[in-house]
Design a protein around this ligand. Structure first.
Ligand SMILES: [Zn+2]
Length: 165
């Protein structure tokens, strides 16, 4: 399996290929969010966060957040428990892997939001302070979907490189 550096090399080669094609076809502006998602999926929301690789370093001091993630979704199975087998399969599953990463990230964001609201003294549960509809509407746009697609696609390239090497 490629290490982080090799994954970055492969992912970024594919990135520049698509980037140049997008420029040639005048599709760059339309797809900027895909490219942004792809970069995030390569350097931050990378499937190998389930193991102790350099990808954690990209998170700086926030790397601690991914510590429990590798217990929940182990990269390699050392024990013989059935649950761990399943969990490992999910961590590097083409659909569940990226979904689990994004969910774990959103959980962190939610906890941060609750903590920050608490510190700032605003009432977190005040219905007027949370605009769920706006939040959902922001994500459910073509741009939001393209961004998520970019994250997913970067991880698909990751999985293919894992299989090849
Ligand atoms: Zn991997």
């Amino acid at each position: 399996m490629p290490n982080f550096e090799e994954h970055v090399k492969i992912n970024m080669s594919i990135f520049w290929l698509f980037f140049l094609v997008a420029i040639v076809m005048s599709q760059l502006e339309n797809n900027l969010t895909v490219f942004a998602g792809y970069i995030i999926g390569t350097f931050l929301l990378n499937l190998d966060l389930d193991t102790k690789t350099d990808v954690r370093n990209s998170w700086g001091f926030l790397a601690f957040w991914w510590k429990p993630y590798d217990i929940l979704v182990p990269h390699r199975v050392k024990g013989k428990s059935r649950f761990r087998d399943v969990a490992r399969g999910l961590g590097h599953h083409w659909l569940m892997g990226p979904i689990l990463l994004i969910c774990w990230f959103l959980l962190g964001m939610a906890l941060f939001y609750i903590g920050a609201s608490f510190i700032r003294g605003t009432i977190f549960l005040n219905p007027e302070s949370i605009d769920n509809t706006k939040l959902v509407n922001d994500i459910m746009t073509p741009k939001g979907y393209k961004f998520l697609f970019g994250i997913w696609f970067a991880n698909i390239i990751h999985l293919i490189s894992d299989k090849i090497k």
